[in-house]
Design a protein around this ligand. Structure first.
Ligand SMILES: [Zn+2]
Ligand SMILES: [Zn+2]
Length: 732
């Protein structure tokens, strides 16, 4: 029986690869989680050892040995391997891609993990050679050998300092067997409590939350920190991290992409005299490697990061925090491996037997359902930290009120009043650009995107027409390209609202926060600073304003258009709308003044808006969950979406139809579709999807396990790009 090692390789194949252990004298088998270099066809690839076995389906004479073992300490410890294998199974994604995707690019290519040190020492043969007076004609080699013989094992850093350019001499000596090198694992630094400055006194609710989670340290527990905006969730996280540090543990904190602000980092740094490792998508490869090494080597006491940081190495993990757990950016829904970092954080906490805290002012319906079912414990923070009362929400009925360029008379009057009382105003519109439509007043032509089923957005200041779906970009025409008549911009984006407000309130200085005004590092901070100092009086912004910034002097929030989310094909749209309204409203009255929130709508009688206004987010969530239960949508069912895109609609739909035929009539699983996406054409490709739905998790996964390998083999699969999304958060 051959003894083989099963190795995960970064390929889309759903299998591991068998290799013989490295040729002697390499010693013992590399442990699971260790990187190895292996031959693969004509290439040499870096893979990760997953397990050892005494049987192989490969004929013994065809098995090849591992060429090189790259790590003295496995780069993926047992817990990480367990989490990644779980994720590969749950999301039905090839294990090799999942495992290698958890490592920074440099490590995937074979760079040292930094947890061990290369040391050189003189061998017995080397000592004998010195004694025999050899190497007289090679003074550099002789000097190095003498140094090593006298000093014992030397790290490369020491040799760099004492022996100048010693590498060439070392190669020559090592080739003759006079010296040898080895990788020695470095000890992890111990964690010591290191609080720089004590935090403010806790409110009773905050204290109770800290006690509840604190009592669960050392075992698994899932907690939902449901705290209204401004209620001091971050302070609860900081206190818990403090306790974990005091116990000699490390913490992992996940935040939404846009929530990882310099203010948040500054707050962590001001509180803890402990190294942080920060991981997010804007890092260069070198920065990512450095942060990963800090985490892996245990140098960092706190690992703070966005989505993919859920896979970061955190030795002696004591606590996981997911801030703004409802945020869509925790779901990876593009590219190959699609996963929910929020859900994986809970799985990781269970494996590691540590508590996980999911914080939000507007928890997702899935999370609230888990609270209702007793799986998660809810901790409430209902009082605001700074003596402020929650804002008052009011609807403005657009059917009965005059509008000027998107701003109703009641909204304009309220803005004037709040400015007059020295307040600041936040105007929210989730649409950037000047106007969503360019229309010809002669022939009715509307500027379309050639590549998408969408209109081009007018960007007046830039003089461009842009597609917000594919990035297409063209000069803004002065006249209709079809009939030569004048064209006009229809509707409002943030750029136009800024222009309108500047004309209406010439004495108030404005600021705008959207992807067009925040392009470089520092832009966002500049806007936040202008609001904080009171220099800007009105802030116009998109979704960006809802994430994590404090605008304590804002007393009025105007939501210009609440109606976009009310009627959508996606069953999650109402939930997202309610979350956005509550989050935007939370920006008002965070100081000592009460806030006012005006929501402009043409549908003031819509049941969702009514439940939100009358009973708050809580009441909305109850009503929305009841609707989901009735329609059998998640969390009352399990979904997986098979998606395809192709140059033609026929190819995309043809592949999905063939996949559906393959499925037959699976037990306990309903198939819905295939159907074209609501926006079927994007960037020149046609999109379609087929949904698999089940009331229980098990039958769905049994079905997917059998079905996907067959889907992969479909002839039609070669003509499309396809992917599987388990627990999709956006349906199209
Ligand atoms: Zn025209
Ligand atoms: Zn487009």
């Amino acid at each position: 029986m051959p003894h083989v090692l099963r190795v995960a390789l970064d390929t889309p194949l759903r299998r591991l690869f068998d290799y013989l252990p490295p040729a002697p004298p390499a010693g013992a088998d590399p442990a699971p989680g260790t990187r190895v270099r292996v031959p693969f066809g004509r290439q040499r690839l870096v893979g990760i050892v997953v397990s050892a076995a005494d049987t192989s389906e490969i004929a013994p004479q065809r098995l090849k040995p591992i060429l090189e073992v790259l790590d003295a300490t496995p780069v993926l410890d047992e817990a990480s391997l367990e989490l990644l294998e779980w994720a590969a199974r749950y999301y039905h994604h090839p294990e090799g891609e999942v495992l290698s995707g958890a490592l920074p690019k440099a490590l995937r290519l074979g760079a040292p993990a930094g947890a061990s040190e290369e040391r050189w020492l003189a061998t017995g043969a080397g000592a004998a050679a010195l004694a025999a007076g050899e190497l007289r004609r090679a003074p550099k080699q002789r000097a190095l050998l003498e140094l090593l013989a006298a000093e014992g094992p030397c790290a490369t850093g020491l040799l760099d300092a004492r022996a100048g350019s010693w590498r060439e001499a070392a190669r020559a000596l090592s080739a003759r067997g006079f010296i040898a090198s080895s990788e020695v694992p470095l000890a992890r630094p111990a964690v010591c409590a290191s609080v720089r400055a004590p935090g403010p006194e806790l409110l009773p609710e905050q204290g109770a939350a800290v006690e509840a989670v604190g009592a669960a340290l050392g075992r698994f527990g899932a907690f939902v920190l449901h705290g209204i905006t401004g209620s001091g969730k971050t302070e609860v996280y900081l206190r818990l991290i403090e306790r974990v540090l005091a116990r000699g543990g490390r913490s992992l904190v996940l935040v939404p992409e846009i929530g990882l602000t310099p203010q948040l980092l500054a707050r962590f740094r001001a509180r803890f005299d402990a190294p942080l490792a920060v991981l997010h998508s804007a890092l260069t490869d070198a920065e990512r490697l450095a942060a990963w090494r800090d985490a892996f080597g245990g140098h960092a006491r706190i690992v703070l990061g966005t989505r993919s940081a859920v896979f970061a190495p955190v030795p002696d993990l004591g606590l996981i925090v997911v801030d703004e757990e409802h945020d869509a950016s925790f779901k990876q829904h593009e590219g190959g491996f699609r996963y929910s970092a929020r859900d994986l954080a809970v799985v990781r906490a269970r494996h590691a037997q540590v508590p996980v805290v999911l914080g939000s002012a507007t928890p997702s319906l899935e999370t609230l359902h888990n609270v209702g079912a007793g799986r998660y414990t809810r901790l409430r923070l209902e009082r605001r930290a700074a003596l402020a009362v929650p804002p008052l929400l009011k609807l403005v009925d657009l059917r009965h009120n005059a509008m000027r360029s998107g701003i109703s008379t009641p909204a304009a009057l309220a803005i004037e009043r709040h400015l007059g009382e020295d307040g600041q105003v936040l105007v929210f519109l989730n649409r950037r650009g000047y106007a969503p439509t360019l229309l010809c007043t002669g022939c009715g032509w509307i500027a379309p995107c050639r590549e998408c089923d969408a209109r081009l957005t007018v960007h007046l200041a830039a003089g461009r027409l842009r597609c917000h779906h594919c990035g297409a970009d063209a000069p803004l025409p002065a006249r209709c390209p079809q009939c030569g008549f004048a064209v006009k911009s229809v509707g409002q984006g943030t750029e136009r609202v800024e222009e309108v407000l500047a004309a209406q309130f010439p004495q108030a200085s404005l600021a705008r926060l959207d992807r067009d005004t925040v392009r470089r590092r520092g832009d966002l901070e500049a806007v936040v600073r202008r609001m904080a100092t009171g220099e800007a009086r009105i802030l116009i912004g998109t979704q960006m304003v809802t994430k994590g910034h404090d605008f304590p002097n804002v007393t009025l929030v105007v939501v210009l258009n609440a109606d976009q989310g009310l009627f959508s094909t996606d069953f999650r749209a109402p939930e997202r709308l309610a979350q956005t309204i509550v989050q935007v409203a939370g920006r008002a009255g965070r100081g000592t003044r009460p806030g006012e929130v005006l929501i402009q709508t043409e549908f003031p009688d819509h049941p969702l808006l009514k439940s939100l206004l009358e009973h708050g987010y809580e009441g909305f969530a109850r009503a929305a969950l009841a609707e989901r239960a009735q329609a059998r949508w998640p969390p009352f069912s399990r979904l997986a979406a098979l998606r395809a895109s192709a140059r033609s609609a026929e190819a995309a739909l043809g592949f999905l139809s063939a996949a559906r035929t393959l499925a037959g009539r699976p037990r306990g699983v309903r198939l819905l579709g295939p159907v074209p996406a609501a926006m079927a054409r994007r960037a020149g490709r046609h999109y379609a999807q087929l949904l698999a739905e089940s009331t229980e998790r098990a039958p769905l996964h049994t079905f997917l396990d059998e079905w996907l390998p067959q889907v992969e083999q479909l002839r039609q699969a070669r003509a499309v790009r396809w992917s599987l999304d388990v627990d999709p958060i956006e349906l199209f």
